[in-house]
Write a protein that binds this ligand. Structure first.
Ligand SMILES: [Mn+2]
Length: 285
């Protein structure tokens, strides 16, 4: 019998061998049709997979190995370019199937719009969940370029179902005046770690938590490979420290979006994305 260890894996490093064996299911969502500035995020999930083999399995920050985690990389969804409605339906059906099997979804984009069906599917199962939004952009527009479903309106669309009292926004430094007024009026913006901890303490300790992470929260000087770079962002270490504020929480869904590999000439953004995902996989799956 041919030994499979001879061959490179096509899945994320340390993925379990079967869907059944894992608690968390990783799905790639190669879609960027509503991207308004610079497209290309549909190439991210595969690039991140390859980059995962450049990482060590051990995290010195978490003092744990990725091999102790329980996730299965199911691959990329087959999504129709240019048809957001159909793409969102396919993603939502897939997420519902995974959640109905009592598993959790770990999504990799793609543009930020692909997070919406994952958030909606998680909210259906966990109606009291807290939505935690890491991003440079508020994503609170009612519509963008005439489109109700857009990467610039993803959080607004999530709020069609979720109460604003269950939204935390972290890292936001770009948006319309109305979006900043909305965040101020509804007290959704938590910039410092103290503000995050204070707001978290307002909720039940066991509240289900969904983390949606737009990688452009990081400064473009360290993360240039993204569609809408926004100066004034945080560092890799600051992002990891903020994510770890949720380490003892009941995290029930995660997505990581908006790497655009073609703007990443050095490969450093892709390596950064892979390392953010490794730490999330080790800590939360
Ligand atoms: Mn963004």
């Amino acid at each position: 019998m041919l030994n499979k260890d001879y061959f490179l894996s096509k899945n994320w490093m340390c993925s379990k061998e079967t869907y059944e064996a894992a608690k968390w299911i990783m799905i790639g969502m190669p879609f960027d049709s509503t991207c308004s500035n610079r497209p290309g995020t549909r190439f991210a999930s595969n690039e991140i997979r390859y980059a995962s083999y450049g990482l060590e399995e051990y995290s010195p920050i978490l003092k744990k190995e990725l091999s102790q985690s329980s996730f299965y990389d199911a691959g990329d969804l087959d999504l129709p370019f240019g048809n957001p409605e159909n793409a969102l339906t396919i993603i939502k059906n897939c997420a519902n199937d995974i959640i109905n099997d009592d598993k959790f979804v770990f999504g990799i984009g793609g543009e930020h719009l692909v997070s919406l069906p994952l958030i909606q599917a998680a909210h259906k199962k966990y109606p009291d969940m807290l939505l935690v939004h890491f991003d440079a952009h508020a994503d609170l527009r009612q519509e963008y370029l005439g489109q109700k479903y857009s990467h610039a309106s993803v959080i607004k669309r999530a709020l069609d179902d979720i109460s604003t009292s269950k939204l935390m926004q972290i890292g936001i430094r770009s948006g319309e005046k109305d979006e900043f007024l909305f965040m101020l009026e509804n007290n959704t913006l938590c910039q410092t770690n103290d503000e995050i901890i204070k707001k978290l303490n307002e909720y039940d300790t066991n509240i289900p938590v969904y983390l949606t992470i737009d990688l452009d929260i990081m400064d473009p000087s360290i993360f240039p490979g993204t569609g809408t770079p926004e100066p004034g962002g945080i560092s890799f270490n600051e992002l990891i420290n903020k994510l770890l504020l949720f380490k003892n929480k009941n995290v029930i869904g995660i997505d990581v979006v908006e790497l655009s590999p073609h703007y990443d000439m050095s490969g450093v953004s892709t390596a950064t994305a892979a390392k953010v995902i490794r730490e999330l996989l080790i800590e939360f799956t």
